[in-house]
Design a protein around this ligand. Structure first.
Ligand SMILES: [Zn+2]
Length: 406
């Protein structure tokens, strides 16, 4: 199949006016000006659109899709954690499976072709649907309440996913956060990831209460976890990020959600790491606003060469799974960021974090045919800007070489 579009935006080079993309099965075979792309295949003319790689959501929890608007912003992060845990306990398996299905629908509507979603209900793993979009299920690991999480459980879940031929599902691990997952659990995750080459993600330095807990051994989150009999000996020494990094619990292959609360020592540590040796950081602008966090240090992290991604987080703390919507929010906080750089944080950067740079997040020979078409009417010079400003559902989506919305 040859796809023709008014502008092709490969994210791997400059936009191509009157461009074409050759797709064979699941793969992109060629990209270039329509005048130079020849073949016997039928031409599918998409018209006045920008054809670009599908968007990649580096951090969400589709389990919580039905919690949209269910939890009001709470006076403290600890209170919010208590509230969502109570709501989670009231959800049965059906609620959870419905949530995930609605979440996939919403992703597709907003042009997300790859999603990294945390699976918080491990008992549901065998009942999860074959995902309709490319999906990394990150198995959530928590041991603050002595939940048993052995390597066998992880291997069992992994073998389940490996046996689905042609599935769009992949698998990763997610120790929840340094306050709910022990260093042993992080080590277990690292060991499994090495054996099975899986991506790893965790929440780090999300709230000032987490920062206070680790640096000063006090505050509402510290009090809540101490009351749950969590061993608190790791508090009062280092920042959340410093604690995980210095103990070897996390390293450059980790995808770190949030990283909102960092001190100068944390920035020095990031600066001291070699360019390819820094972890990925995922910023979630809507959730950031919901919790009224202090401004995110985007520019400083960007200048340090950190691989920055934009995610939505869950609908328990934001109002939409639209990544373009999140980019517009990010732009409000960082008005000088170019639209092209914004778009990289939902294409090239998350592909790099997943170590799928050759296959995802760009239109290039050999990449997977995950594509979206965004209506545009302006010049090539403004095409990235027009894409970021597009606030309606994405009218045309292809995943794995199959047209899924048109
Ligand atoms: Zn999250």
């Amino acid at each position: 199949m040859i796809l023709r579009a008014r502008i092709v935006v490969p994210m791997d080079g400059p936009p191509i006016e009157n461009g074409a993309v050759v797709v064979d099965g699941r793969q992109i075979m060629a990209v270039g000006p329509a005048s130079q792309i020849r073949g016997s295949e039928p031409v599918h003319d998409l018209g006045d659109v920008a054809l670009m790689p599908g968007l990649i959501n580096a951090h969400t929890h589709l389990d919580y899709t039905m919690l949209r608007g269910a939890i009001f912003s709470q006076p403290s992060f600890a209170a919010w954690v208590r509230r969502i845990n109570a709501v989670k306990r009231s959800m049965d398996s059906d609620d959870c499976l419905k949530s995930i299905a609605h979440g996939f629908d919403e992703c597709l509507r907003w042009g997300t072709t790859t999603v990294c979603t945390i699976a918080s209900f491990p008992e549901l793993m065998p009942h999860l649907p074959d995902p309709p979009i490319r999906t990394w299920w990150f198995y959530e690991m928590i041991d603050v309440r002595h939940r048993i999480t052995t390597e066998d459980v992880v291997k069992g879940a992994l073998s389940f996913f490996q046996h689905r031929a042609g599935s769009l599902a992949s698998f990763g691990l997610s120790p929840h956060a340094p306050f709910t997952a022990s260093l042993d659990l992080y080590r277990l995750a690292n060991g499994c990831a090495q054996s099975f080459s899986m991506p790893l993600t965790t929440h780090v330095a999300e709230s000032d209460e987490e920062f206070e807990m680790f640096t000063a051994a006090r505050g509402p989150l510290h009090a809540m976890l101490a009351s749950m009999r969590r061993p608190m000996g790791d508090c009062g020494h280092a920042t959340p990020f410093g604690h995980l990094w210095d103990t070897g619990a996390i390293n450059a292959q980790w995808m770190l959600a949030h990283m909102n609360e960092l001190n100068d020592g944390d920035f020095d540590l990031l600066a001291s790491l070699p360019r390819g040796g820094k972890p990925t950081i995922i910023h979630c602008p809507g959730t950031h606003r919901y919790f009224r966090r202090a401004p995110f240090a985007w520019r400083r992290l960007d200048e340090l060469g950190v691989n920055l991604c934009t995610g939505t987080d869950s609908l328990a703390s934001t109002d939409s799974l639209s990544l373009l919507g999140e980019l517009r929010r990010l732009r409000e906080a960082e008005p000088t960021l170019s639209a092209e750089r914004l778009l990289r944080t939902v294409t090239r950067h998350p592909a790099r974090a997943l170590r799928r740079e050759a296959q995802l997040g760009k239109i290039a020979p050999g990449a997977l045919a995950d594509l979206i078409a965004v209506p545009v009417s302006g010049s090539v010079a403004r095409v990235h800007e027009e894409i970021v400003q597009f606030d309606r559902p994405i009218p045309w989506v292809m995943i794995d070489g199959e047209i899924r919305r048109s």
